[in-house]
Design a protein around this ligand. Structure first.
Ligand code: IPD
Ligand code: CA
Ligand code: CA
Length: 267
């Protein structure tokens, strides 16, 4: 049987090495997507092509959903979920917060995930029911556990903002209401890294509206295998509408602060 976490890790490492080797000092924006600031570079596409080719070699017949290339049909019950670069704006500017994210679903359930935070030499990986770990060059493998028992007013909360100006206006109102109620806010620029940071206890919670399956599929499993809870509003699963992640207890406190603010509303 395929060790999906190991295969996702190998492919995420290969794509990360390629990105690091080929990243020019000033990557060029190839095209914009949902807004003028939602960019794609040639290397987003090259990395996704490499990942698709490697999955195809190892597991012909599996389906693949990738941010840049969309859904590729297949014949098996396995679907790979790929974000070739999560944190493209950071990649563009030379900031170290970007990652290759690869998840594996079987019958619609995420069973394995790998998030390669390439510039930091950190690889987060998880398998359903088997825990989450952080592998860092030269260090012992670290088993991950999210922070527990943190009250809302002590919580360090990561969040992100979408690419549309109208959506950002609402997100600004929401964050203005959250900021006085928590320890502080962080905006790192990668949903996948934010969720891995919850898993590693580097932040206490994360929330965002507008993230896609490829942003959170792998890192969401890393976070839940590290003891966190992930979901949407009012018991919904995490999705484009809303995603919230924290240890049980803080999850509910933050949810109850956010829900009345109606963070998924349109401007
Ligand atoms: C984005 C990042 C960012 C989040 C955006 C995502 P991309 O992904 O995860 O942190 O705030 O919602 O779209 O465009 O860099 O792959
Ligand atoms: Ca992304
Ligand atoms: Ca991306």
């Amino acid at each position: 049987m395929t060790d999906f976490a190991a295969l996702a890790e190998d492919i995420a490492r290969e794509a990360g090495d390629m990105l690091l080797a080929k990243r020019p000092s000033n990557p060029e924006v190839l095209e914009t997507k949902s807004s003028p600031t939602d960019v794609v570079t040639a290397l987003d596409r090259a990395a996704e092509e490499l990942i698709r080719a490697r999955i195809g070699q190892a597991r012909p017949g599996d389906r693949i959903l990738g941010e840049e290339g969309g859904e590729a049909p297949g014949t098996s019950s396995v679907r790979w979920i790929v974000d070739p670069i999560d944190g493209t704006v950071n990649f563009l500017y030379g900031l170290p917060e970007w990652a290759v994210s690869i998840a594996v679903e079987v019958d619609g359930q995420v069973v394995a995930g790998a998030v390669n935070v390439v510039p930091r030499g950190e690889l987060f990986t998880a398998s359903l029911g088997r825990g989450a770990v952080l592998k860092k060059d030269g260090l012992a493998v670290e088993r991950l556990r999210c922070n527990d028992g943190v009250p809302l007013d002590r919580a360090l909360v990561a969040t992100g903002f979408g690419y549309s100006a109208a959506r950002r206006a609402v997100q600004a109102e929401v964050v203005a209401a959250v900021l006085p109620r928590v320890r502080d806010i962080r905006r790192g620029g990668s949903c996948a890294i934010d969720l891995c940071s919850v898993a590693a206890g580097r932040v206490d919670a994360y929330y965002e509206r507008g993230v896609n399956h490829w942003d959170f599929a792998a890192a969401g499993l890393v976070a839940t295998e590290a003891g966190a809870r992930i979901g949407g509003l009012h018991g919904a699963p995490p999705g484009t509408e809303f995603a919230l992640c924290a240890a049980p207890g803080l999850f509910e406190e933050l949810h109850d602060l956010l829900a009345p603010l109606d963070p998924a509303r349109d401007a």
